[in-house]
Write a protein that binds this ligand. Sequence first.
Ligand SMILES: CC(C)(COP(=O)(O)OP(=O)(O)OC[C@H]1O[C@@H](n2cnc3c(N)ncnc32)[C@H](O)[C@@H]1OP(=O)(O)O)[C@@H](O)C(=O)NCCC(=O)NCCS
Length: 167
Amino acid sequence: MIRLLTPADEPLLWEMLYQAIHVPEGSPPPPRDIVHRPELSRYVQGWGQLDDLGVVALQEGEAAGAAWLRRLTGALRGYGHVDDETPELAIALLPQHRGRGLGTRLLTSLLDTARNRYPAISLSVSPDNPATRLYRRLGFIDAGRNGTSLTLVLALSAQRGSTPVRP
Ligand SMILES: CC(C)(COP(=O)(O)OP(=O)(O)OC[C@H]1O[C@@H](n2cnc3c(N)ncnc32)[C@H](O)[C@@H]1OP(=O)(O)O)[C@@H](O)C(=O)NCCC(=O)NCCS
C-alpha cells in the first residue's frame, strides 16, 4: 500500500533521508547523525509545510520506503535546485526492499499526485548511483551539474496515472 505522508511522518523521513545517501560500493556507511547537517536536514526538518508532498510505501504495515518533494529556496537551496518553483525529490527504500520494483511504484505514485501541484520536479544524483536508470526510465532529463552530481528534471503534464494513493 502507498499512502500520503503526513506531518506525523517526520521521524520516518529522517530514517529515509539517511537511507537516501548514496554510498559508493566498498565505502563505509556515513555516521547516522550526518542527516542533521544543514545541507541535508533541510529536506526533512519541519515536515508538513504547505508545499510539502510525499508518499510512503507500507509492507505488512511497516514503512518500507518514502518519496517526497519539497521546495527549497533562497539560503535553503538543495543540491538539485533549478528554480524556486520546482520542488526537489528525495527517495529511498530500506535496503531489504530495493531492486524489486517498489521504488518505481512509489515514485510513479508520487508523480501522479504531484501533477496537479507542480509543473516540474528536480533532483540531484550521483552519476554512479543505479537510481539514475530509474529516473531516466521515468523521463527525467539532464539539467546540469552540481559538483560531481547530476541535476535531473522531469516536466509534469496534466496526464493522469493509474496508481491510487490513499490519504
Ligand atoms: C533508488 C531506489 C529508491 C530505487 O527503488 P528500487 O525498488 O530499488 O528500484 P526498482 O526495482 O523500482 O527499479 C530498479 C531500477 O532502479 C535501479 N536501481 C537503483 N537502485 C537500485 C538498487 N539498490 N538495487 C537494484 N536496482 C536499483 C536499477 O538500475 C533499475 O533500473 P532498470 O529498471 O532500468 O534496470 C532504491 O534502490 C533505493 O532506496 N536506493 C538507495 C537510496 C538512493 O540511492 N536514493 C536515491 C538518491 S538520488
